[in-house]
Design a binder for this molecule. Structure first.
Ligand SMILES: [Zn+2]
Length: 252
């Protein structure tokens, strides 16, 4: 069958001297791997080697018994890649986002709305340079999309609704969300959380009202949580966190 869809490259690896295996997040069909034959040749049909963060319309030939589908057409758009080359923090955030999408999705498992979520997030990174609030908002939305939404509006353990009168506020990865003072003793992995976080986190627009150092702390918590859930480290997280630490030393 022929698959025609909009897609973004979330990973590409060399397969041979001239070909690549490319992982796409497609709009309709979810994540698909395909071989791009001849993509590394000077006069490639795809305009050159296919890079992560390029996106556009594609055609994939999917033969029933073939090990790998074959990419037959891809018309890459480069404005995201080019827009991010001048801002290392935004570029590292983009690479982290596509790695997260790759790791949290299964092959050929459709996630309606995930492709526009990712592309919109990347375009906003290019246009606004608001890296941390956009990245945190994207990660929370991604977790919702893949069915492991974090609990913020009540204690994830005893379900007591969160209010500003809580004496202490914690986050536990094993509890999958915020936990209250009465429950924190039962979760050795809990971390102290600023009470502003559960108050504003349900509204992505409000993430911008969180002071940057606090947002950086929240991002570290989220990366730690997602690493736990995945059971292994995230390649792009190290680079991103290193950049965050430098920002912290030299001011935003
Ligand atoms: Zn509780």
């Amino acid at each position: 069958m022929l698959i025609k869809d909009q897609a973004i490259c979330i990973r590409s690896v060399d397969y041979s001297e001239t070909s690549q295996i490319v992982t796409f997040l497609t709009d309709i069909y979810g994540k698909i791997h395909a071989i791009a034959k001849g993509s590394k040749r000077p006069r490639s049909a795809f305009g050159g080697p296919i890079e992560p963060l390029t996106y556009g319309s594609l055609v994939i030939l999917d033969k029933p018994h073939a090990q790998l589908a074959t990419l037959t057409e891809f018309q890459p758009r480069f404005e995201i890649v080019r827009g991010l080359t001048r801002d290392l923090g935004a570029y590292n955030a983009a690479m982290l986002a596509i790695e997260l999408v790759d790791r949290f999705t299964k092959d050929r498992d459709p996630h309606p709305g995930l492709y526009p979520l990712l592309v919109d997030f990347l375009r906003q990174l290019v246009e606004t340079r608001e890296v941390l609030p956009r990245l945190v908002g994207f990660e929370l939305a991604l977790l919702r999309h893949v069915g492991i939404q974090l609990v913020w509006d009540c204690c994830a353990n005893c379900r007591r609704p969160y209010t500003e009168s809580w004496q202490g506020c914690f986050f536990s990865s094993s509890a999958n969300g915020v936990i209250c003072r009465d429950c924190e003793g039962a979760f050795p992995d809990r971390l102290i959380l600023d009470p502003i976080v559960p108050r504003v986190i349900s509204d992505p627009a409000c993430l911008r009202s969180i002071p940057l150092p606090l947002l950086a702390q929240l991002e570290r918590i989220l990366i730690g949580h997602m690493t736990n859930v995945l059971g292994q480290g995230l390649r792009a997280a190290g680079q991103f966190l290193k950049g965050l630490a430098c920002q912290g030393q030299h001011g935003p």
